[in-house]
Write a protein that binds this ligand. Structure first.
Ligand code: SF4
Length: 193
């Protein structure tokens, strides 16, 4: 796909309805939760009676193709990052990323580890980042509310930035994994079948 092929439902004919679409999107967020690190432990209180995020239309969802909000809940290793990139690309536009905890922002306590990716937003765009180690459930809820607000006002636009700056992201990914990593990994996974 070329960079110019951006989003068909932003055609002029639909622009009149765009505020309505955004309102509906923010009210029906399906979460792809990638529990990459310790922060994943804050997910159960959010999903259950204490914070009950379903009352805002938020729902956990196992299928990336039906997911809207990608939660990265902790440190990211290069091995995990490959899965994150592939999963992100499988999600349909518009899609949003919430980085949860200091680790995906700057490496956190693993800032000098050889095996932790220090800055997730070099590889995929991040719409909202929540600092803290680990951020409490209230902070995560606040991050989700922030992303909902950004969806409504149209500033949660990481999915557009990914398309528009694909070369930048792709260059960073290739620098880390080496060129042709997708094809090599696909061959390896196929060998399992
Ligand atoms: S920010 Fe803290 S709680 Fe979150 S993944 Fe890193 S070390 Fe774990």
């Amino acid at each position: 796909m070329q960079n110019g092929d951006v989003v068909h439902y932003e055609l002029k004919e639909f622009q009149l309805f765009e505020p309505l679409f955004r309102w509906a999107r923010k009210k029906s967020l399906w979460i792809v939760a990638f529990c990459t690190g310790c922060g994943g432990i804050e997910m159960p209180p959010l999903a259950t009676a204490r914070y009950d995020f379903e009352r805002f239309g938020i729902m956990p969802n196992p299928a990336p193709r039906m997911g809207d909000l990608f939660l990265i809940t902790g440190y990211v290793t290069p091995k995990t990052l490959k899965r994150i990139i592939i999963t992100y690309e499988m999600m349909q536009d518009p899609k949003y990323v919430l980085a949860h905890g200091s680790c995906p922002i700057n490496g956190g306590v693993y800032w000098d580890s050889y095996n932790v990716v220090k800055q997730l937003d070099k590889y995929i765009p991040v719409d909202v980042a929540i600092a803290g180690c680990m951020p409490r459930a209230e902070a995560v809820m606040d991050g989700i509310m922030t992303i909902m607000k950004k969806i409504e006002d149209g500033t949660a636009d990481g999915w557009k930035r990914y398309r528009e700056n694909y070369e930048y992201y792709r260059k960073n990914q290739d620098e880390l994994f080496g060129e042709g990593w997708r094809e090599k990994d696909a061959r390896r996974w196929l060998a399992w079948i």
